[in-house]
Design a protein around this ligand. Structure first.
Ligand SMILES: CC(=O)N[C@H]1[C@@H](OP(=O)(O)OP(=O)(O)OC[C@H]2O[C@@H](n3ccc(=O)[nH]c3=O)[C@H](O)[C@@H]2O)O[C@H](CO)[C@@H](O)[C@@H]1O
Ligand SMILES: C=C(OP(=O)(O)O)C(=O)O
Length: 476
């Protein structure tokens, strides 16, 4: 893993072509305060009155990370791509805005997103939008493959490490592009005037984003590309399925080596995004920390094997597991309220997902015995611990390792005022708040909105006492 690389960064039908003046914000009314006076909206908060048991079934949205890469991949396709199960999240709206800034036409109708990139002429997506999320940078692959040129600003995303882009750069060079960094923008060009050519590239680390970006580029390169030591995440497989449905020839997705035979252009197709395994896992952890029983659907159970193993080792029970449903009970079978601590080391799929690490930490604050969590994917993904400590548990951090000393008899988490500093870290505070005694107030929830669709509505459905408070001050 390179860290000091020069590329490191310190239901009404709607139809519109997105532009920066007309930013997409489908279903934005969900979060808009209804008021008739001129007002100034302050930052919203989540207010949780903890201690409620959860029960019932929660619907799981489409995967944020899959949807981001599939949206980028529509740049490889002529005609219209019809996407189902795209979650309504701020990250997705940013991605739609990025495609819109290139000239794509995006329509949202009845839960489906229709994307047509035939009118794309620009090779430089809006830098401000690219700087908001990680997935926006993935467009560099299809853009340089299709137009022979791309100018893409350095990406944003959660602040959880240096998150370099050296693998993207070296991979694109292996396919024949000249790539350099100028004015904090990555400029990729194909000098031969013909386009990218298939090649071989071995990733130093199985980066999800680099794997996906290079897959898209290789699909439109001339000849065969072999990518090795690639990421094996379900989202990589989902992208491969979309690309194949659109006419690409991809083999090996889900293993450590992917073979791609390039084509000049792919065609539009109809595709449903997989359920979000991180959202699903988060709800399982919510059931566990509140010692409740809930059912989640749709879900692909094998995407969550690692978490299921840990939760069952802690004392939770899987009551039902079908092709698309999981029911988890953390209701104590005997007397007492005992879940046992466990150790976690995050790693690339099929290992324990780093995107569930902070939420798992929240659960461990309520378990008995010593637990150790080691973060091995991102070097700075412990920022939430300081906020979690405000709920009262004993947690000690040393580098990328955190130790939980177990819950003392009779001690419980107590509600607190906390601030979310990144997406999953923010969600760990929601879980702690659900289990804590008293009121928890969470600020900085824009981070959480990046990845959880209708969060408080879904939790309310399960019986949680949670609300979004949108302070409104009169600007008169
Ligand atoms: C939008 C999206 O899909 N985000 C996911 C994606 O992020 P993302 O694709 O950014 O994560 P990567 O798999 O690339 O990162 C994993 C590790 O590889 C390193 N690295 C990455 C690229 C590179 O060129 N050089 C390099 O050294 C990173 O610093 C990190 O330490 O996968 C992560 C790991 O599962 C998830 O946490 C993110 O939710
Ligand atoms: C780290 C995450 O997202 P991103 O890569 O978009 O920052 C995440 O989803 O937890």
């Amino acid at each position: 893993m390179a860290s000091n690389h020069p590329f490191s960064r310190p239901n009404a039908p709607k139809s519109y072509t997105h532009s920066l003046e007309n930013p997409p914000n489908f279903l934005s009314h969900l979060h808009t305060p209804q008021t008739h006076v001129k007002t100034l909206t302050l930052d919203p908060k989540l207010i949780i009155n903890g201690g409620s048991k959860l029960s019932g079934r929660v619907p799981i949205s489409g995967s944020k990370n899959s949807a981001l890469s599939v949206l980028a991949a529509t740049l490889c396709c002529s005609g219209t791509s019809k996407l189902r199960n795209v979650p309504n999240l701020s990250d997705i709206r940013t991605m739609v805005s990025i495609l819109g800034s290139l000239g794509a036409q995006i329509d949202v109708f009845d839960g489906e997103m229709l994307v047509n990139t035939d009118g794309v002429r620009s090779v430089e997506p809006c830098p401000d939008e690219i700087g908001k999320i990680r997935g926006g940078f993935f467009v560099i692959g299809p853009l340089v493959a299709r137009f022979g040129e791309a100018v893409v600003a350095l990406p944003g995303g959660c602040d959880i490490g240096s998150r370099p882009i050296d693998l993207y750069i070296r991979g694109l060079r292996a396919l024949g592009a000249t790539v350099e960094l100028r004015d904090r923008k990555v400029q990729a060009r194909v000098a031969n005037g013909k386009g990218l050519v298939g090649g071989r590239f071995q990733l130093d680390y199985p980066s999800v984003g680099a794997t996906e970006t290079l897959m898209m580029a290789a699909c439109m390169a001339d000849g065969v590309t072999v990518l090795s030591n690639v990421a094996q995440e379900p989202e990589v497989i989902d992208l491969a399925h979309f690309l194949m449905d659109s006419g690409a020839c991809v083999e090996g997705a889900g293993t450590d080596k992917i073979f791609i035979r390039g084509r000049r252009q792919l065609h539009g197709s109809e595709y449903a995004i997989i359920p979000d395994r991180i959202e699903a896992g988060t709800f399982m952890l919510a059931a566990a920390i509140t010692r409740s029983c809930i059912s989640i659907s749709p879900v692909v159970p094998c995407h969550l094997s690692c978490l299921i193993d840990k939760l069952t080792s802690a004392g939770c029970r899987i009551i039902q597991c079908t092709r698309d449903t999981l029911e988890l009970s953390a209701i104590p079978a005997n007397t007492g309220d005992v879940l046992c601590g466990f150790n976690v080391r995050t790693s690339p799929f099929p290992g324990f997902p780093t995107d569930l690490q902070p939420q798992t930490m929240a659960l461990l604050t309520s378990c008995n015995g010593l637990s150790i969590v080691e973060e091995s994917v991102f070097e700075n993904r412990m920022g939430h611990v300081r906020e979690l400590q405000k709920f009262g548990p004993r947690i000690q951090v040393c580098g990328s390792t955190a130790m939980f000393f177990g819950r003392k008899k009779g001690s419980a988490l107590h509600g607190s005022q906390v601030v979310a500093t990144d997406l999953r870290g923010g969600m760990s505070l929601v879980l702690a708040g659900l289990a804590a005694e008293g009121i928890t107030e969470i600020n900085g929830i824009a981070h959480i909105d990046r990845g959880y669709e209708n969060l408080e509505v879904k939790l309310q459905l399960l019986g949680a006492d949670i609300k979004r408070s949108i302070p409104v001050a009169s600007a008169l």
